[in-house]
Unconditional design. Structure first.
Length: 241
């Protein structure tokens, strides 16, 4: 068992982000564009396939996906984005990784620093918290409507190559090694399972509880970071996030 179930506690944040669907699609389009610069064929570009699958999982229209790929494929001199990861601490010493794609490093650095500083956090040096996380595959399958018992699903997932499985009343959460993610995802898809989340993520080695008195401040910091157009993903070792 993974020991740090995420799904139940992050549904509220996911629902809130879904209400900002246009911004979510805009960020995914940028990610697709960057991946497609190395080739616009999902059958030969594994990175592009991963982000296209991620976009489809949140119902991004196929036309939007195609436009982002065509934009990258048809213009070798199109805009360039730098991939930068910021590391720091939120309120209560919670470890935070912020993955960005930016065409203006100064703007992004300033915005990220302000989000931390205004909400009881602080940026750290490169390597200050990254060692607390592992890059792993993360797949969520909602149990509603599934006619499969826990033991059967556990066996199927492990046989597909899963590393860990977290089971709750609401969902099956599957964790994989980064290199095995696509193989596991494809095997579960072939078994007719449908995902609400399927992505490579930064999973904390150990989750940390956050003091109730600092929770609101911490969530304000997350909101500020996630609302920034240059921020693609925010990872934290706070339990439930």
């Amino acid at each position: 068992m993974a020991g740090h179930s995420k799904w139940k506690n992050i549904q509220g944040r996911k629902n809130a982000q879904d209400s900002k669907r246009a911004k979510v699609f805009q960020k995914l389009a940028k990610e697709i564009f960057v991946a497609a610069k190395a080739g616009g064929d999902v059958s030969t570009n594994a990175s592009l396939r991963l982000v296209v699958d991620k976009a489809k999982a949140v119902n991004m229209p196929n036309d939007n996906i195609k436009r982002a790929i065509d934009k990258a494929s048809g213009n070798a001199n199109a805009e360039h984005y730098d991939e930068i990861t910021y590391e720091g601490y939120g309120p209560g010493g919670i470890a935070v990784l912020v993955h960005t794609l930016t065409d203006n490093r100064n703007r992004t650095s300033t915005n990220v620093r302000v989000a931390f500083n205004k909400n009881g956090g602080s940026l750290g040096e490169t390597g200050s918290v990254a060692y607390m996380f592992d890059r792993r595959g993360y797949i969520v399958i909602v149990r509603e409507g599934l006619e499969v018992d826990e033991d059967t699903f556990m066996l199927e997932a492990i046989e597909a190559g899963a590393e860990d499985v977290e089971i709750s009343e609401e969902a099956f959460e599957v964790y994989t090694e980064a290199g095995a993610f696509t193989e596991v995802k494809d095997a579960l898809q072939a078994a007719d399972y449908r995902f609400v989340t399927a992505e490579l993520s930064m999973i904390p080695q150990v989750s940390s509880g956050i003091d109730e008195g600092k929770k609101e401040q911490f969530e304000r910091m997350l909101d500020a970071l996630e609302d920034d157009d240059d921020v693609q993903e925010v990872y934290t070792n706070a339990a439930g996030y």
